[in-house]
Write a protein that binds this ligand. Sequence first.
Ligand code: SF4
Length: 248
Amino acid sequence: MLDAQRKAYLTAMGIETWRLRTHPDVPVEEKKQRLSDENRSAHHSANQASNTGDPPMTTQDKPLPDWSELIETVSTCRQCALSKTRTQTVFGVGNQQADLMIVGEAPGGEEDRQGQPFVGRAGQLLTAMLKAIGLSREQVYIANVLKCRPPGNRDPMPQEVEACRAYLDRQIALIQPRLILSVGGVSAKNLLQTDQPVGRLRGRTHQYAATRTPLMVTYHPAYLLRRPEEKAKVWMDLQQVVQQLAIQ
Ligand code: SF4
């Protein structure tokens, strides 16, 4: 991407005073061997399925779902109470072979209406953040920990996260991203099983245990809309994302 273009996107993020630095292009290399962690992920997922009457997503005598089966399963899922209040499920969107996967917490009101993750003002800011590092929404995969909106945009409850975890794990196993970028405290808390705030988790590489995928943490775009002074930190985090993708 030309510096002028990147500068325009940084301006959209509100970081126009920052000096642009060059970054290495994300290398296009062979994707890692597919689904080497499937069995581990499937075992984890089966153990995590909720006890709401529906069968778990995986069983020992049934093959793991492919993309179309997974999408269909999620669209009709009733494994937690959020199925009663949602307008529709919000599965995820993007490149099914993406190197970078963005994981937020749960759909909000607009996402619930449109059936797409990260739409509205926060979604526009996420798009600007990605473009600032030379990526489009179509090049990454975007999903949430929960596939259904919690009423009133409250935080997800632990039992809801556990009921839905198998779907996220299967998405990660199918995509095999080289890096997960967890956006926001709720996502980080549930992906890393920690109560540490984003401010203490950002700036280093963690690992998503279920699939052993490298994971970094940054602030949620919705938080940046409320606290624009934190955008500079996110820009630093995005530079680390670029570096992490380049060295793998
Ligand atoms: S939040 Fe997840 S587990 Fe709960 S109903 Fe929606 S898709 Fe199913």
